[in-house]
Structures are given as structure tokens and as C-alpha cells.
Write a protein that binds this ligand. Structure first.
Ligand code: DLZ
Length: 209
């Protein structure tokens, strides 16, 4: 692979992934490439401090299902967050004997709240075949993923490879067969996720530096 001018310019700000909750949803088509990309994504998330408990991975049959899954996962994480908050309040036991100095037994088994996802990463590998299927799926998936993030206000990372050949896909997952194995784009997606989640939190608070 030649040293070109393409690729992200890495920012000097070091974002802390430790408070983040990240949803990953991946397609199961083109398994070898998918597995490497998911692995690269998770490796980078952890390097940036995201905890194991802060990462939720789901799968869907193919890339066409990714936008729907992202949308439902974001909605479900809000339901989960609401349920956890209710559990927590329930555990506090504001009952008729709330003046008792002995805590209710249920208070000891309250689970910590699960916050809604701060970012979702959609991972798929589309490889061009002999029909128009590829064009239709690439087009609808990219537009729909954009729509999900604008509609929900939760950043969605576009982790979808749209490759013309198997070799192109393999090389972008670090599995190239040439002199260079290529670069695993999953790492870039992990980095983009932590940056976008962190910045979104700051922007939501009116902070711009
Ligand atoms: C049908 C299909 C084809 C031909 N190719 C791919 C592909 O390269 N990558 C991928 O992720 N999914 C593919 N699919 C499956 C569709 O995305 C989808 O899962 C099915 O059409 C069912 O809705």
C-alpha cells in the first residue's frame, strides 16, 4: 500500500472513553472480514478507555438490516435506562416505614443504571456482485444510517465497507494478501465513535472546547 494523503487526521485531544456506552451492530455477511473489523473496533474502543461493560454487540443477517437495528437499539437503550432508574428508586424503598434506620434488603441488590447509548457503530461488508443488489443496498443503507443519527441525535458511525472486490474488502480489514496486509478500518471506527460520543456530550452542554 502506498503512503498516500487519504485517511483521517488524528486530533491531538485525547478523549476518555471510560464513561461511554457504545452499541455495535454488525451484519453476518462476509464473515471473515466482519470478524476482523469488529475485533479492530473493539480493540480501539478499549485502548481509548471504553469498559467491557460499556460495549454491547448485536448482529443482524445483512447490511440492509443495519439502519433498523441501530434505530431499535438506540430506542431500547432508553427503555433500559428508564427501567434501571425505576429499579434504583424501588430499591430506595420510600415506603410507610421509610424512617426506619435499617435499609430494606432489596436496596443491596439494586443494579446500577444502564445509560442510553452514547454512540452506535454499524458494521457491514458489501461486496459487488453481478447484479444491481450492491448499488441498491449501499445507497439505502448509507442514507438510512445518516437519517438514524439525525433523527435520534445519537451519532452513528458508518462502519460499512462498500468494496468492488473481495481483495478490497480484505485489505480494509487488515487481511490483505499482498505485500501489505492493509489497514483495519475498524480501528478508525472505534476512534470516531469515542470522539463523536464525547463531543456530542460536550455540545449538548453548550461546551465547544
Ligand atoms: C442479499 C445480499 C447480498 C447479495 N450481498 C450482501 C453483501 O455483500 N453484504 C451484506 O451485508 N449483505 C448482503 N446481502 C443481504 C442483505 O443485506 C439483506 O440481509 C437481505 O437482503 C435480507 O434483507
Amino acid at each position: 500500500m502506498s503512503l498516500g494523503i487519504k485517511g483521517p487526521q488524528y486530533v491531538s485531544t485525547k478523549y476518555d472513553g471510560s464513561p461511554l456506552r457504545v452499541g455495535i451492530v454488525h451484519a453476518r455477511w462476509n464473515k471473515v472480514v466482519i470478524e476482523a473489523l469488529v475485533e479492530g473496533t473493539i480493540k480501539k474502543l478499549k485502548e481509548l478507555g471504553v469498559k467491557d461493560s460499556g460495549i454491547v454487540v448485536q448482529s443482524v443477517p445483512g447490511s440492509y438490516e443495519l439502519p433498523f437495528a441501530c434505530s431499535k437499539m438506540i430506542a431500547g437503550s432508553h427503555v433500559q435506562a428508564g427501567a434501571s432508574a425505576t429499579d434504583l428508586l424501588g430499591g430506595l424503598n420510600f415506603g410507610s416505614n421509610s424512617r426506619s434506620s435499617t435499609p430494606a434488603p432489596s436496596a443491596a441488590i439494586v443494579t446500577m443504571p444502564q445509560g442510553p447509548f452514547d454512540v452506535v457503530i454499524a458494521i457491514g461488508v458489501l461486496i459487488k456482485g453481478s447484479t444491481m443488489h450492491f448499488e441498491y443496498i449501499c445507497d439505502s443503507v448509507s442514507h438510512a444510517l445518516m437519517r438514524v443519527q439525525l433523527d435520534t441525535g445519537v451519532p452513528v458511525v458508518f462502519g460499512v465497507l462498500t468494496a468492488l472486490t473481495d481483495e478490497q474488502a480484505l485489505e480494509r480489514a487488515g487481511l490483505g494478501t499482498g505485500e501489505s496486509k492493509g489497514h483495519n478500518h475498524g480501528e478508525d471506527w472505534g476512534e470516531a465513535a469515542v470522539e463523536m460520543a464525547s463531543r456530542t456530550k460536550l455540545w449538548s452542554e453548550g461546551k465547544f472546547n
